[in-house]
Design a protein around this ligand. Sequence first.
Ligand SMILES: Nc1ncnc2c1ncn2[C@@H]1O[C@H](COP(=O)(O)OP(=O)(O)O)[C@@H](O)[C@H]1O
Ligand SMILES: [Mg+2]
Length: 322
Amino acid sequence: MALLELDNLSIAIAQNNTLVPVVHDCSFALEAHDTLGIVGESGCGKSLTALSIMGLLEGSQVRITAGSIHFDGVNLLELDTRQRRAIMGDRMAMIFQEPMTSLNPVYRIGEQITETLQQHRRLSRKNARHRALELLDLVQIPEPHKRINSFPHQLSGGQRQRVMIAIAMACDPALLIADEPTTALDVTVQKEVLDLMLDLQRRTGTAIILISHDLGVIARNCNEVAVMYRGKIIEKAPTDKLFSNMTHPYTRGLLASIPSVDQDRDWLEAIPGRVPLIDEKITGCAFHPRCAFTEKPCTQTAPRLIDIRKHHAVRCHFAGEF
Ligand SMILES: Nc1ncnc2c1ncn2[C@@H]1O[C@H](COP(=O)(O)OP(=O)(O)O)[C@@H](O)[C@H]1O
Ligand SMILES: [Mg+2]
């Protein structure tokens, strides 16, 4: 069994005494060293999928309604809160878009790193501080001895995200989920932070799920891509296969929104309209109101995710014909 295996995971949100489905039949698997990119516009269900793997939905109105999440061969959905907490931060860790919301503004960054180490690794204060300095050095924070005493607001956005990576990597997690980790940063810093993450991955073998609305970021950094639209995976393939045989009209639209890529391909057009809200009813394919290739079946029945070739799955009635 793979390190992480999602099997037909479905998620719903409780609204006015009804459950509104938001993620449907989501399946994928990761091994050590894998980097899976999940891409799609805002509102497609990427973060909810990530949070459900981390076990961070508890207490909210979000419910997992079907499927399983196996990690190290154990179905996480069958564990109790205490068992989940023990895994989180130790065997799996997550980095969010805005480090200021995850870092505590009133504690020095050194304290925040050592806290993780003391909690999960039961290191003494002295050893935890020593390891914190090592980690700051590893994520290329200049002058770690000084910076370890800084408060989050004294660091730049890029440095804060490096500190988040240090905290996430503190216990050598087997799985790291990075949800739009560089969206708030400018382009050069973005690249540095992503390069750092992948460099650490090469050393540790950590499996990474990288979430982004930017297909360019995913293409450069991932070996497998899952494209999500309105809570469903609509195309999934190894990165090279996806880019050499991009099939779903939505994926092509995402590609068209990356500046400077494939400008000579005239079938690329940005996607009109927006992602429908979760309570908007759409029959047939959820993408059909925005799709340039819509035909009658698209408005009537929802397409299934089918393999159009080995390791390349597409959810479109006309997948074989493009
Ligand atoms: N706690 C919540 N309560 C109500 N709706 C939510 C909640 N979290 C997410 N949603 C809705 O679920 C859908 C998917 O959200 P999300 O997973 O955050 O999308 P993404 O990360 O792809 O932008 C969106 O329509 C969003 O508005
Ligand atoms: Mg999100």
